[in-house]
Every structure is written in structure tokens, then in C-alpha cells.
Design a protein around this ligand. Structure first.
Ligand code: LMR
Length: 402
């Protein structure tokens, strides 16, 4: 029987750790593996702006019909100011086609299907290192996936020269996946001035940008974090933008994302939309409605939008405080290497520099889960667990020290 010939597939390198964490019976376990923000009490917050939007939404007692294939127009328009800094209905906004997707991951997959199956793009470049799922998503769409240099082993800042040189030697028509902000897993973003150089090389070489923006608001602020997206748009080059609202709305399970394609003009945009709709219809048919209603209500209601900005500011401040707390606690626990890089990294993660073996020891000896690449989620630390985590890291790094 065909099923009996199946071999066991490996666990997912990030979500597979979640599964192992849930099965771990130890009371003191800490999950620093997945990119999820937990508040000071260790819970995934329900943002106040979302709570209010949800109360208003539920009070409408709307029937649960199908959404349009590309999601609601209100949702598509509501994200334009926050991601692109544009008002809907303006000539510049008419170049942008947005469709709702099932979280940021399906935005990437839809982008890959669109590029490969509709536009004939054969190959993609992802950063080395990158989010564990990038390669799988692009490869499952049928693309050849290579890498560009980003962070050499042990380096404490991106290798911009290496990155530019790699793009210089990449054949025209290749799609290049770029992290708009809060580079996952490293936390090291390109310096602001680097984006103009990147755009210049990509334009000269006929490369296609696919910007992944999953952590907007977690780096320097909503507008600051979207600056690379807006720079690409302003350059006049066509590009694709995969957007996730999982993290910045704390709506992980609602799967709210979007794919925007910036085209040269409105007529091209219409054709892009028609093609995206075919890809969506033959995959998941149309996106879920509830989370998208909440996001569009918050973004299109001035009071709620301001509340959201304020709540995100609070999230960012707390993560920064935890970066400093962790460094102090690691020194206290006896670590003697320079750890100041942890406070310079941006977003939820720290690329700790720990080896696979140290990450394994951390998990097995102390029940502290991080990704094998050495990535740990700072956003899951709080005053109640940070000292324990620091002692566990010191023990994993120096198992024989008394
Ligand atoms: C992560 O990097 O941990 C998150 O983006 C969650 C995921 O889907 O991997």
C-alpha cells in the first residue's frame, strides 16, 4: 500500500521545537524557539486595540459568508498607509495590488507561485543565514534556491560588500528575498544607507525584490521599519512585499497576512490581481475573515490606530529592556565574552552565537528551547525567567566549570 512505503519526515526546525517543548514535563522549561512575543507575565497578549475592535466586530453579528478571493477591499486599503505610507485612491497607490493571504508564510508562497508559474522566474536567492522556512517555501513552488552572503560565521554586522558582490554576479530575472527589518534570525539589519546601493545593483542587474516584512514595529518603529519597502517603491522598480500581521497585532493563530505587488502602472496592477486570484482560488480559495476584520478595523479607526502604535511602542521598549537584562544576567552567571552585541540586535531575536551542541545542551540540561542556529527569542524573556535562562546558557557554554 502506498502509505506503508512512507518514511518519516523531519520535524520543522522551529515549530517542531514547539511540539517538543509542549511534551517536555519539566516545570521550569522556557520556550525561546518560536518568534512569538510574550508579555511580562509570560502570556501572549491580546492587545487592547484588538480587544476593542473585536467587541465592535462581534456586536455586528455579521453572517460568516465567504470573503472575496483576494480578501476585503477595506483590508487591502487599510494597510497602505502603514506599510507604504500611501493613502488609498492616490495615483501612486494604484500601482499597488494587495491581496489578503493566510499569514506571512502564504504571502511568500503566493509570491513564489506567481513568480515561478505565472512569470517564469526559475531561481531565488535567500540570505545566508535566513528564516528556516524561506528555502522550503520557495523550493516547494519549484524554484532553484541559492544564497547571498549576509552574516559570516561569528561576524557582528552584515557583510554588505559580500552581499552587493553576490548580487552583482546574479543572473537577471532572479528573485532576491530581503528582510525589510528585524532580520530573522540574526537581528542585524542593513545600515540605512545600504538600501540605495542594493536597489542600484538590483536595477542594473535586472533582479526582482521580494521583501519579507513580518516584524514591522519591532525594530525602530512602524515607519522606520517600513523604510526599505518605501525606498523600493519610490525607486520605480517593480517589487513584491510579503506582509505579516501575526506579530505586530499579536494575532498569530488568525493568520492575517498580505501580498502586495508594486507594478509600473495601474493597468499592469489589474492583470497582476487577476493572476493572483487564480493562484489563490486553486489553493485555499479565499482567506479567513475574522482576523482581517480586526486588523482593518484597528488600522482604519484613528483612535484604535493610535492605541495600536502606543501598544507596539510598549512591546519594543520591553524587548529592549530584556536585551539589557539578559546581558547583565549572563555576566552575573559567569559568561566572560563580550555580549554587548545582544543589545544592538533588532527585533524579537538574538543570534546568540551558541553552537548546535550548546543549544542541544541548553534544551536537554535546562529545558530552555532555542533554535539550533543559536537563535533565541528575547521577546519570551521576562523578569521571572531571565536569570534562570542566563544561568542555563552559562552552563550550556561551560558545562565543566564549577
Ligand atoms: C519564527 O521565525 O519563529 C516565526 O516566524 C514563526 C514561524 O512560522 O517560523
Amino acid at each position: 500500500m502506498f502509505l506503508s512505503r512512507l518514511s518519516m519526515a523531519p520535524r520543522d526546525p522551529i515549530l517542531g521545537l514547539n511540539e517538543r517543548y509542549s511534551q517536555d514535563p519539566r516545570p521550569g522549561k522556557v520556550n525561546l524557539a518560536v518568534g512569538v512575543y510574550y508579555d511580562e507575565s509570560g502570556r501572549i497578549p491580546l492587545l487592547d486595540c484588538v480587544r476593542e475592535a473585536e467587541a465592535a466586530q462581534v456586536a455586528l453579528r455579521l453572517p460568516r459568508g465567504y470573503q472575496p478571493i483576494d480578501g476585503a477591499t477595506a483590508f487591502q486599503e487599510a494597510l497602505l498607509p502603514v506599510v507604504f505610507g500611501l493613502q488609498p485612491g492616490t495615483p501612486r497607490a494604484s500601482r499597488i495590488t494587495t491581496v489578503q493571504t493566510v499569514g506571512g508564510t502564504s504571502a511568500l508562497r503566493l509570491a513564489a507561485d506567481f513568480l515561478h508559474r505565472v512569470s517564469g522566474v526559475e531561481s531565488a536567492l535567500i540570505s545566508n543565514p535566513t528564516w528556516e522556512n524561506h528555502r522550503g517555501v520557495l523550493a516547494s513552488a519549484g524554484m532553484d534556491v541559492g544564497t547571498y552572503r549576509y552574516l559570516p560565521k561569528g561576524a557582528l554586522q552584515p557583510d554588505l560588500d559580500g552581499l552587493l558582490a553576490d548580487l552583482e554576479h546574479t543572473p537577471a530575472g532572479t528573485v532576491v528575498v530581503l528582510h525589510a527589518c528585524c532580520h530573522n534570525p540574526t537581528g542585524y539589519d542593513l545600515p540605512a544607507g545600504a538600501w540605495a546601493l542594493l536597489i542600484e545593483v538590483m536595477r542594473r542587474n535586472g533582479l526582482i525584490a521580494l521583501l519579507d516584512i513580518a516584524y514591522q514595529g519591532f525594530g525602530d518603529g512602524l515607519d522606520e521599519d517600513a523604510a526599505p519597502v518605501r525606498q523600493f517603491m519610490d525607486s520605480g522598480m517593480p517589487c513584491l512585499v510579503a506582509i505579516s500581521f501575526s506579530k505586530n497585532f499579536s494575532l498569530y493563530g488568525e493568520r492575517v497576512g498580505a501580498l502586495s505587488v508594486v507594478a509600473p502602472d495601474a493597468a499592469t496592477s489589474e492583470r497582476v490581481r487577476s493572476q493572483l486570484k487564480v493562484l489563490i482560488r486553486t489553493n485555499y480559495s479565499n482567506p479567513p475573515s475574522h482576523g482581517a476584520h480586526l486588523v482593518s478595523r484597528v488600522l482604519s479607526t484613528a483612535v484604535l490606530r493610535e492605541q495600536w502604535r502606543g501598544e507596539l511602542d510598549g512591546v519594543r521598549v520591553r524587548i529592549r529592556r530584556m536585551r539589557h537584562r539578559l546581558v547583565a544576567a549572563l555576566y552575573e552567571a559567569g559568561m566572560d565574552r563580550d555580549l554587548s552585541f545582544i543589545t544592538r540586535q533588532k527585533g524579537m531575536f538574538s543570534y546568540s552565537g551558541l553552537t548546535v551542541e550548546e543549544m542541544r545542551r541548553l534544551r536537554e540540561t535546562s529545558g530552555v528551547y532555542g533554535v539550533n542556529s543559536g537563535r533565541i527569542c528575547i521577546a519570551a524573556l521576562n523578569d521571572g525567567n531571565v536569570d534562570r535562562v542566563a544561568r542555563a546558557i552559562a552552563l550550556a557554554c561551560h558545562p565543566h566549570r564549577k
